[in-house]
Ligand binder design. Structure first.
Ligand code: PMP
Length: 381
């Protein structure tokens, strides 16, 4: 089997599953309970927070455990906007953010009358610092920009944006780092980031785990009310097995990343080379400043779903960019924002790799892809 849909979710490391089970069996008590079992669970939670903060290079109190990227983005954006509305009512984000960002800002606009600017991107999927600078105004209180786009893998100039925003003390900087974590270097502190979202299931932890970095001093209005866990920012009994096993995955992914990213970069470059020689294939991924784990290409005229299902029959699992609801198939908003046109957007295929991918996938993938194209299109080679 070739599983090339790791940006959707990764397979958990076996060690992560072991850790989950052990913690669930032994430390099942509620970390808020005052008896010994509860305080043992709380100690383990503290240790996981300490380790996660060290791995991310931030302070202990700056990590809030969440259920993943969607929750982290909602809490960061709605929480920051609502807590800082007295300072201004303008939010800036981009046209190619994940729906958890886009829909959060739309809700803030509709319900709370915020003004929202969606920055356009260029034909390679990059935002422009100049354009951002032009949009910043006295009313701006929040800028939310992803580190790596989940569909095409463009890496945004986060450090440059952070530096620019240092000149705007009222503006909080949120980075959706869900696709970037463990795949690209990002120094949260030196990039002047105020809020940073990560999600466990993108680096071989379990679905439903994640964390939000909240710089000390940043005020957020919680979106979940209840028992005041996680510094009153995220009420709800903590999933200790999920949190501890995510910490394990983060450590394993980071420790192996120097080695694995070098291999991944080779895999990506070789595949891009191969793809560029196939007639009818258009590469949508930016060649430079593209994340090592994402490749996006289109075969204009061939519906992406048709190719996905052809490859699936060969035990190769890739994804379309399309968010499919039951009957309606939507074109990729990212590719449309890049002005790629409907034909490219409707035929876009995403390959996304895990940290453990090797060059062995290249040959079988290319062979089956070529066979598929021969069979499914009228292109003659
Ligand atoms: N942001 C980005 C860039 C993503 O790729 C995803 C997951 N597809 C999310 C946020 C949401 O993460 P989760 O699935 O953990 O809610």
């Amino acid at each position: 089997m070739l599983y090339l849909d790791n940006s959707a979710t990764t397979k958990p490391y076996p060690e992560v599953l072991d850790t989950y089970l052990k913690v669930a069996e032994t430390f099942f008590a509620n970390p808020s309970s005052i008896h010994k079992l509860g305080s043992d669970a709380e100690k383990l939670l503290t240790s996981a927070r300490k380790q996660t903060s060290e791995l991310l290079g931030v302070n202990f109190r700056e990590i809030i455990f969440t259920s993943g990227g969607t929750e982290g983005n909602n809490l960061a954006i709605k929480g920051a906007a609502l807590a800082n509305k007295h300072k201004g009512n303008h939010i800036i984000t981009t046209e190619i953010e994940h729906p958890s960002v886009i829909e959060s800002v739309k809700q803030l606009k509709e319900i709370h009358n915020f003004d929202v600017t969606f920055l356009p991107v260029d034909e390679n999927g990059f935002v422009s610092l100049e354009r951002l600078k032009n949009e910043l105004c006295n009313e701006t209180i929040l800028v939310s920009i992803m580190s790596v786009n989940n569909e095409i893998g463009s890496i945004q100039p986060i450090e440059g944006i952070g530096n620019l925003l240092l000149n705007y003390p009222n503006v909080l900087f949120h980075v959706d780092h869900t696709q970037g974590i463990t795949k690209i270097p990002l120094n949260i502190k030196s990039s002047s980031i105020d809020l940073c979202t990560i999600s466990g299931h993108k680096f071989h932890a379990l679905n439903g785990t994640g964390a939000l970095y909240v710089r000390e001093g940043v005020k957020l209005t919680p979106i979940l009310s209840g028992g005041s866990q996680e510094g009153n920012l995220r009420s709800g009994t903590e999933s200790l097995p999920g949190i501890v096993s995510m910490t394990k995955a983060l450590r394993m992914a980071i420790e192996s990343s120097t080695h694995n990213l070098a291999i991944l970069t080779k895999v990506r470059n070789k595949l891009l080379n191969e793809l560029s020689t196939i007639e009818g294939v258009v590469i949508n991924t930016p060649i430079s400043k593209g994340a090592p784990h994402i490749i996006n290409f289109s075969v204009p005229g061939l519906k992406a779903e048709v190719l996905v299902h052809f490859l699936e029959e060969k035990n190769i699992f890739v994804s379309t960019n399309s968010a499919c609801s039951s009957k309606r198939v939507k074109e990729s908003t990212t590719l449309l924002a890049m002005n790629k046109g409907g034909n490219i957007a409707a035929s876009a295929i995403r390959l996304s790799f895990s940290l453990e991918q090797t060059e062995e996938i290249i040959e079988p993938f290319i062979i089956h892809l070529k066979n598929g194209l021969k069979k499914l299109t009228k292109v003659t080679r």
